[in-house]
Design a protein around this ligand. Structure first.
Ligand SMILES: [Zn+2]
Length: 474
């Protein structure tokens, strides 16, 4: 529940304070998280975390500046305001661009995660018992030595008001659920994992889904322990959605962030191989490549109605039939680059300033059933579940490792192979995309890092199975 007593006071302070400065906005954020971890049927951690505070944003002479505090008293507000005004006035002499207040439209609106069951519908003991049962399902052989089930439930309340009359309330329910089966044979360890990272309620803990999944992970781990290494060479490869989410994240999402393209992130998270002049001109991938920014997608983890500049979140194609049309830039990047904006100006919490981020960035599904996709492969494999990733700071040359692969010969699934990896270059690789499946899965991560000071945020990626030609596998 929002701490309305704090909010009403903060609103009052804001209405009195805005006479001192051209523009003033306040964002209040409150997060309650519970973490439960079970290892080998034993509870290892129960953690309860609560955090709240607010950020003030002031505008002076074309420059936005920030200060933040967790002290919600009148004195706390005044100290924070004084600091924000002092710093913004000083820094406005060295601004990189003279922004206008068009980058902060007046909006009144709200958002609430659509969940089926409230977090309260299961007690922590009941969730703990389900997680314990998951690790028990993995106990199918002595070699499965490490069995983990971990859930983090987060409830976030955000509230934004400004001196122009903006009032935005957004409420989020997020669950991150990891299942891990680790097996050992001699000196070798193999793992199978599953991650759920969604805006979802307690319906995430459905036993008739989680228990068979846990058992399957353990069975596949055993298969890997007796499998041969993945062959080396050029193959046609189908990547499953739980690998594709990382492929999309690293080789499409990060290179399309406008603040990287404009140079802001160069010393921190890195730059991009994309130039402003590429928008509308560059064939990023094959015509099967359709990338959308969709922060309104049901249950996907980075769904919301408004970003931190109050821009309404809408579904927009960034890449259509392979052609690059838009980047991931909010209203501020739009003023600087004239590349049409998307609502992606986001901050990880009250104590960080907003920057251009991914939200839900999806590869659109096609019309081919997975079975038909497999039947198209003469000599290749299907790879499941991201294990490792490495990419240069221009987001061009990459290398990914997966947990599990299965060889495909003459359109038929054959033996399992272990330690599959592949590498390539972003543009070349996406132009090798042959087809995408009808089947689609939604994944996400809660730890995309960027910015200075560093901030970690959740992003969602929905993807079909995708077939790429002539992939360098090792
Ligand atoms: Zn990231």
């Amino acid at each position: 529940m929002l701490m309305y007593s704090h909010l009403n006071e903060l609103k009052q302070y804001l209405s009195e304070a805005h006479r001192q400065i051209d523009y003033l906005a306040l964002k209040y954020v409150q997060r309650h998280s519970q973490n439960l971890r079970i290892v080998n049927e034993r509870p290892e951690e129960i953690k309860n975390e609560f955090d709240c505070g607010f950020r003030l944003e002031v505008f002076y002479d074309g420059h936005f500046g920030y200060a933040c505090t967790s002290d919600t008293s009148a004195q706390g507000f005044q100290r924070c305001l004084d600091k924000a005004i002092r710093m913004t006035k000083k820094l406005s002499c060295n601004k990189i661009y003279p922004f206008s207040l068009k980058t902060r439209p007046k909006i009144v609106g709200s958002y609430k995660s659509q969940i089926q069951r409230s977090f309260d519908s299961l007690t922590l003991q009941e969730i703990q018992k389900i997680l314990r049962d998951c690790t028990l399902e993995m106990k199918i052989h002595d070699s499965i030595f490490n069995r983990l089930a971990e859930a983090k439930l987060s409830h976030l309340e955000e509230y934004t008001i400004d001196s122009l009359g903006t009032e935005i309330g957004q409420s989020f329910h997020l669950i991150n659920l990891d299942l891990v089966a680790r097996g050992i044979s001699g000196n070798e360890i193999q793992s199978r994992t599953s991650n759920m990272c969604l805006q979802i309620g307690s319906e995430a803990f459905l036993k008739n889904h989680l228990l068979p999944l846990s058992k399957k992970l353990a069975e596949q781990t055993l298969e890997l322990l007796s499998a041969n290494n993945c062959p080396k060479g050029k193959f046609d490869v189908i990547l499953a959605p739980d690998q594709m989410y990382m492929q999309i994240h690293e080789t499409v999402g990060h290179p399309l962030e406008m603040d990287r393209i404009l140079g802001d992130e160069r010393n921190f998270a890195g730059s991009s191989f994309i130039k402003v002049s590429d928008f509308g001109n560059l064939q990023y991938g094959s015509e099967k490549m359709n990338i959308t920014f969709e922060p309104g997608r049901f249950s996907e983890v980075a769904s919301y109605s408004y970003d931190d500049s109050h821009l309404k979140a809408e579904k927009i194609h960034l890449i259509k039939n392979g052609l690059l049309t838009r980047g991931l830039g909010g209203l501020e990047s739009f003023e600087r680059s004239q590349i049409s904006p998307v609502a992606n100006f986001r901050s990880s919490s009250w104590n960080r300033a907003p920057i251009d981020r991914m939200a839900n960035l999806n590869l659109e599904p096609g019309e081919t059933p997975l079975e038909t996709l497999i039947s198209k492969v003469e000599n290749g494999m299907i790879m499941l579940t991201n294990r490792t990733w490495s990419i240069d700071d221009f987001r061009d040359k990459f290398q990914f490792g997966c947990e599990f692969a299965q060889v495909i010969r003459n359109g038929k699934l054959q033996e399992v192979v272990k330690n599959p990896n592949y590498h390539g270059r972003s543009l070349e690789f996406w132009n090798q995309l042959v087809d995408v499946s009808i089947e689609n899965e939604t994944h996400g991560t809660h730890n995309c890092g960027k910015g200075e000071p560093s901030q970690v945020i959740h992003v969602g990626h929905s993807s079909p199975f995708a077939l790429f030609k002539n992939v360098e596998v090792f």
